[in-house]
Design a protein around this ligand. Structure first.
Ligand SMILES: [Ca+2]
Length: 476
């Protein structure tokens, strides 16, 4: 094995839309520090998560495998530890943390783990495990911190300032209540205690996932007169499958629109807070002389609907839900200002980052490294990109019924997105001519060959490392 001295900081936000960043062209949201990271690095402009559900997506980002392979099909929760709930990553899954630790790296994590057993250091991060659970139970390292500091814990969800117009939000009064600040503080401590070994630091940033809690000063940067509701706000979903109409993320028709725009202002403000904290981290790297040879990857586990198609949150294959921002910066080893237009899959980033450090997964994975292409500033050859949804309600999910644990699969192939649904009609959209995904062509007889092709791609994909609970794809 080639010895590597390149460090990696992996910043994984939660529920951050792919387009709510300055570098991505958003007209309102201010993110000067992340824009700086993008200018000095590589931007993957079309990146899909491997599942638009928290835990399955995270396991894929870390293992380079699709959910049917790592088997975390539902969100982790302490009450969902029965194996048949498929809410814990399979114990023998190999993560980036395992590979880096094996290669002699010092590994650390701060923020939610979300892949099972939050209070049990694991998967290479045993030396520095600053994981908080965020789900309101104790003991919890972050909640204990609030208690010690004597500040109200907003994240327990019962604070009187919390409002709800689609998603929960509140201004905060004390900067110590900001969980991303705490997470970055842990990261700086990790950097300050570094030794001779190269390092892998995983910063799991829970924001801008609700509770959307941010200072009034940042909220004031986003007056609601500047905030427009999305173009598909009143989409009636005609021609689309019923499951979308019944999703728990579907907003009520009488929702207060001013309230929703107020919630959006808080969401935008919280992104700017994340940006401030990324800036603080980058400044620290500079001051320590580590910026040059440290790869910084910035992504989100999945996206956020933010009112598109009259929906919030994720769990759907709409672009807003399944696409994420993705920036990889490495001054010593990657070009600056390079944009990758070839779509990147949620299973491709882990092997790419390992490859940049001269490392690789030894066991079979689903993803591929695009490290050589980006180093040489050429576009990777396009390949089909997939995403899976195990459960329609990954958050409150309680079922262990197999037919509810592997609900649908998406493939993006060229301009086309095909969705194979287990218990509902399929979907087919042309993302070039119909970027808002308003016209479902799955029932159009002239598209029969294209659908057959999509099904073939999905069957090949799930067979590669599965099919596990996705065996139903082979029978359709
Ligand atoms: Ca999430």
């Amino acid at each position: 094995m080639t010895e590597s001295k390149t460090n990696l900081i992996f910043i994984l936000c939660d529920q951050l839309r792919f387009d709510c960043l300055g570098y991505a062209g958003h007209s309102v949201v201010e993110t000067p520090n992340i824009d700086r990271l993008a200018e000095r690095g590589v931007v993957f402009e079309t990146t899909y998560c491997a599942s638009p559900v928290c835990s399955p997506a995270r396991a894929s980002w870390l293992t380079g495998t699709y959910p049917h392979a790592h088997r975390q099909l539902a969100n982790y929760g302490p009450e969902r530890l029965v194996p048949e709930a498929m809410a814990v990553m399979r114990p023998d899954a190999v993560t980036m943390g395992d590979v880096f630790k094996q290669a002699g790296y010092r590994c650390g994590i701060a923020g939610p783990w979300h892949l099972g057993h939050d209070h049990q250091p694991q998967h290479g991060f045993e030396e520095f495990w600053r994981v908080y659970r965020y789900q309101g139970d104790h003991p919890d390292i972050l909640f204990d911190y609030f208690e010690k500091e004597g500040v109200p814990n907003l994240y327990e969800g019962k604070h009187p300032t919390i409002q709800k117009h689609g998603m929960d939000y509140t201004p905060i009064a004390d900067p110590r209540q900001q969980r991303t600040t705490w997470t970055i503080d842990q990261g700086l401590e990790f950097l300050d205690t570094k030794d001779d070994r190269p390092f892998f630091l995983y910063l799991s940033v829970k924001d801008p996932h609700p509770l959307i809690a941010v200072s009034q000063e940042l909220i004031d940067k986003y007056p609601i007169e500047k905030i427009d509701l999305p173009a598909t706000w009143k989409d009636d979903l005609e021609g689309r499958p019923d499951y979308l109409k019944n999703d728990v993320g579907r907003l009520s028709l009488d929702l207060d629109e001013t309230g929703f725009r107020t919630m959006m202002a808080h969401y935008y403000a919280l992104i700017t807070h994340i940006d401030d904290q990324v800036g603080r981290l980058m400044d620290h790297l500079e001051n320590q002389g580590l910026a040059e040879n440290t790869i910084v990857a910035f992504i989100s586990d999945h996206g956020e609907m933010l009112g598109e198609h009259h929906a919030i949150q994720k769990r759907m294959f709409w672009e807003a839900s399944v696409r994420v921002p993705c920036v990889v910066s490495w001054p010593a080893g990657l070009p600056s200002g390079h944009t990758v237009t070839t779509p990147l899959g949620g299973v491709d980033l882990a092997p790419t980052l390992l490859d940049l450090c001269g490392l690789t997964f030894e066991s079979p994975i689903d993803g591929r490294s695009v490290a050589t292409a980006i180093k040489n500033q050429v576009q990777p050859d396009p390949v089909p990109i997939f995403s899976e949804i195990g459960t329609s309600d990954g958050i409150n999910f309680r079922s262990s019924a197999p037919d509810e644990l592997a609900a649908r699969v998406m493939v993006r192939d060229g301009d086309w997105k095909y969705v194979m649904n287990r218990t509902d009609n399929d979907e087919l959209y042309n993302l070039c001519t119909d970027p808002r995904e308003l016209t479902n062509l799955a029932e159009d007889p002239s598209q029969a060959d294209r659908i057959t092709h999509g099904q073939t791609l999905i069957r090949e994909m799930v067979t590669h490392t599965g099919p596990g609970y996705y065996a139903w794809c082979l029978d359709t």
